[in-house]
Design a protein around this ligand. Structure first.
Ligand SMILES: [Zn+2]
Length: 340
């Protein structure tokens, strides 16, 4: 372990772009697969590692959905959520906005109320027992069409639990134009939720513009193609609209060919508020600490630079001002104690 790796491991962190089912570690997936033996997902952790090597974005979605298929009752949901928080606590993640897709569970027959109760139970237990604060982004699985958008907006607006802070849109971008989701985002925003759609991961900057103008995005999930449009970069910088960058995910899904070609540095140099995230960490063989190490290498950061990146995530979060101040102070105290 290098000095910087140790520093990153102990650094208090916030994560803003990480998916619920996509955070299921091989251990959790194996446990769920063993509970549901009719699933095609292997129950052996070693076979799972091979299963999680993706040919392309479409293949990633296919594997992802087969893991979604393992979440069949409220106990599965509760177990998954709490165990994710445990993995986060081990990495010193103090606060996470977890992207949850209620539609994936309700369409499988888990009642919406039971689903919401399960994640809220896990959230409260995780905060009390592990010290990791979870908040929710309920997201529309874009590939499932407008029915899923209607259902997600309904659950968010009617059952919106205490932990819910934002409303998102995921899934494939190609063939799934963002503007069609405007009415659902309008409803969620009217209900007090923040808008955080994925955009510009596998499509060009025009998708990011659509997310900003049609869906009133306050942060952009990925936004990888923003660097292809200088006007867009300037707009993001001027309006302090953060990007949720997930470097290893971008390589795993082939959204970016190689890490050395990743546009992270260009984003930072344009003055955009950049946050570092892990997206679907076990599926991409990564975790948030690894993503910080990757970012440190791409941006030539020392410990102080890494700490500044961690504070970006606090600033870009939907924590209340007191919560932001507290977590920022924790980062500063840790950095000072480490002599950086
Ligand atoms: Zn994502």
């Amino acid at each position: 372990m290098t000095d910087l790796t140790t520093f990153i491991a102990g650094l208090p962190k916030a994560e803003l772009h990480v998916h619920h089912v996509g955070s299921a570690s091989p251990r959790i997936v194996a446990e769920l697969a063993a509970r549901h033996p009719d699933s095609k997902v292997p129950a052996d952790p070693e076979a799972l590692a091979d299963y999680f090597v993706f040919r392309d974005f479409a293949h990633f979605i296919e594997v992802y959905l087969s893991v979604v298929d393992l979440i069949r009752d409220a106990d599965d949901v509760r177990l998954l959520t709490y165990e994710i928080a445990r993995d986060m606590a081990r990495q010193n993640i103090r606060y996470a906005e977890l992207t949850v897709t209620p539609y994936s569970s309700t369409r499988r027959g888990i009642p919406d109320v039971a689903f919401v109760e399960a994640i809220e139970d896990a959230r409260k237990a995780a905060e009390a027992e592990l010290g990791t604060v979870l908040r929710w982004c309920f997201d529309i699985p874009g590939e499932a069409g407008l029915n899923s958008a209607e259902e997600t907006a309904r659950i968010a607006c009617d059952l919106g639990p205490a932990g819910l802070v934002s409303f998102g849109l995921g899934g494939p971008e190609i063939g799934v134009p963002r503007p069609q989701f405007k009415p659902y985002f309008d409803r969620a925003i009217a209900a007090g939720l923040h808008s955080v759609p994925h955009a510009g991961e596998t499509t060009g900057p025009e998708t990011i513009w659509d997310a900003l103008t049609e869906l009133r995005a306050e942060r952009i999930g990925h936004g990888t193609s923003a660097t292809r449009d200088p006007k867009l970069l300037a707009h993001l910088a001027e309006h302090r609209i953060p990007l949720e960058v997930c470097p290893t995910s971008n390589i795993a899904t082939r959204a970016v060919a190689t890490l050395d070609e990743h546009p992270l540095r260009e984003m930072v140099e344009a003055g955009v508020l950049v946050t570092i995230n892990s997206d679907d960490p076990p599926m991409f063989g990564t975790d948030l600490n690894t993503e910080y190490a990757v970012a440190a290498r791409l941006l030539d950061l020392d410990a102080a630079g890494v700490a500044a990146l961690a504070k970006n995530a606090v600033e870009a979060s939907f924590l209340d001002p007191a919560g932001k101040a507290r977590l920022s102070a924790e980062i500063d105290a840790y950095t000072a104690a480490a002599g950086r």
